[in-house]
Design a protein around this ligand. Structure first.
Ligand code: G3P
Ligand code: MG
Length: 265
């Protein structure tokens, strides 16, 4: 029997599903305080530390392969240098993405999105995929990511939650994959945030936690709009923001937040 994916382009239904499915804590770039960010080791570490949802950053290689990396350049988190978009995936895959963090992670690689999907499927994990295009590649990055998800994401598993600071990326996702839920990422709570969300048909708001006040969290919760706050590494702070109405906390150290929640903090 063929199992169909239950997906909808209805934003209110997407919000209801997210309100139901999102966890209290999502591992940021895997578990970035405990393992080199955006590597498979970091994803495994997040699960080991109690967070089965992860947030990762995805951009394109020169030959159009979606892979995990935060920065535009390779220098900070690999032994390569210069813009990542200048290299083909074969060359990116040879770089060491672990030693900068700790010698114990030497040999960790920059994972492709397909490799990530395989790991998530084997471990029954879920995903907030941040579309993090290299400059000038917003729509193309989205097209490649959506195509990869349509070919490789397990049938029957809810789509990942796509988010981005890049409005051109979200607009492209809205136009070609309306049934994949989208989150608007904001560093500052611009006055027109609600209009932008409506235009881009976003199901969730992903906000710098320093911008979230009690009124915003209470009113969004009352309206059924999921708010995810990044990047919170202090347990008591994370627990307090959840109590005030945040749906999820995105954290480099999931156990700090989970520990505070378990302690009733
Ligand atoms: O998706 C939340 C957060 O990851 C956004 O900021 O710079 O850590 O990708 P950044
Ligand atoms: Mg990110």
């Amino acid at each position: 029997m063929r199992v169909e994916r239950f997906a909808t382009d209805d934003i209110n239904e997407q919000r209801r599903q997210l309100m139901r499915d999102l966890p209290s804590v999502i591992g940021h770039r895997g578990a970035a305080l405990h393992a080199p960010e955006n590597t498979l080791a970091s994803i495994r570490k997040s699960l080991e530390l109690g967070a089965s949802w992860v947030e990762v950053d995805v951009k394109l290689s020169r030959d159009g392969v979606p892979f995990l990396l935060h920065d535009t350049d390779l220098d900070r988190t690999t032994d390569g240098s210069g813009p990542a978009a200048a290299l083909d995936m074969n060359d990116l895959a040879r770089l060491d993405a672990g030693s900068w963090f700790d010698d114990g992670f030497s040999g960790e690689r920059l994972p492709t999105l397909v490799e990530l999907i395989d790991l998530l499927e084997r471990n029954d994990m879920s995903l907030n995929l941040e579309i993090k295009p290299s400059p000038g590649t917003g729509p193309a990055t989205t097209e490649a990511i959506v195509g990869t998800l349509q070919r490789h994401w397990p049938v029957g598993k809810p789509w990942p939650l796509l988010s981005s600071f890049e409005r051109s990326s979200l607009a492209r996702a809205r136009d070609i994959a309306a049934d994949m839920p989208r989150g608007l990422l904001l560093d500052r709570l611009d006055p027109d945030w609600h209009t932008v969300m409506t235009d881009l048909r976003c199901a969730s708001l992903h906000l710098n936690f320093e911008e979230a006040d009690s009124d915003l969290l209470a009113s969004t919760r009352a309206r059924g709009l999921p708010v995810l706050l990044y990047t919170v590494n202090d347990g008591a702070r994370g627990a307090s923001l959840l109590r005030k109405g945040a749906r999820s906390i995105i954290s480099d150290t999931p156990p700090a937040i989970l520990g505070a929640l378990a302690a009733g903090g």
